[in-house]
Design a protein around this ligand. Structure first.
Ligand code: TIU
Length: 221
């Protein structure tokens, strides 16, 4: 059984029980000052506006008892899973592994790599640490989802055109039906967010679908 959710480019066939929410990288390192996002020269305060919507979306999936997977972009303390190309790119003064005000940037176990309290995982929810932008690269994510019987994914998190889009593309290639919640994702660059959404839904949904949290919630009201 599927429920038709109004979406671009046409209704998304939501499969209750087989649809997981994927919350990408709602970490202090991307959303708060002094973290990795700011070290790249970004205004991280832009991302803070979506926090209530992401939290409400997580709450909606919890109410329904549907699966939730949280991701964290992060690296081992010895950085053995961080290619030098990723660490050195851009020549920023602060790099992955350097000590910032929230601990070492993007290193597992450091304060900055943790998920913000408003979106923190509950016990029983899936959590994966990913060294890449996409959630399937060098993670056990695919078997985790398959074992949970998941065939459809709803995406939220940051940033839209980097880790969210990369993960959605990887998921699409693996046969998952993917829906992006447009007001539960954000970019440091408004025009890139808009372009990413356009690219995803173009050509009959070449990567997947997009809709708002309100449309999703309304369909189940
Ligand atoms: N820089 C940027 O926009 N994003 C990232 O580096 N990682 C994620 O998107 N999570």
């Amino acid at each position: 059984m599927t429920i038709a959710i109004p979406a671009q480019p046409y209704a998304f066939p939501f499969a209750p029980g087989r649809t997981a929410l994927v919350v990408i990288d709602m970490q202090r390192d991307f959303i708060e000052c002094g973290g990795f996002g700011e070290s790249l020269g970004n205004d991280v305060t832009r991302l803070q506006a979506i926090v209530p919507t992401v939290a409400a979306l997580i709450g909606f999936f919890r109410e329904k008892g549907w699966p939730i997977l949280h991701t964290r972009e992060s690296h081992l303390p010895d950085l053995s899973d961080c290619p030098p190309s990723k660490r050195l790119r851009g020549g920023a003064a602060m790099r992955i592994g350097d000590k910032g005000t929230m601990g070492r940037l993007l290193v597992r176990g450091e304060a900055g790599a943790s998920i913000i309290p408003e979106c923190a995982p509950l016990s029983g929810e899936m959590v994966i640490d990913k060294p890449g932008k996409g959630m399937f690269h060098a993670t056990g994510c695919e078997s985790l989802l398959r074992e949970a019987g998941v065939t459809h994914l709803v995406f939220a998190g940051v940033t839209t055109e980097v880790c969210v889009q990369a993960s959605m593309r990887e998921a699409n290639d693996r046969g998952f039906e993917c829906l992006l919640i447009t007001d539960a994702t954000e970019s440091y660059f408004p025009k890139f967010k808009a372009a990413a959404i356009e690219m995803i839904v173009a050509q009959g949904g070449i990567v997947g679908w997009a809709t708002s949290f309100g449309e999703l919630r309304e369909a189940f009201a």
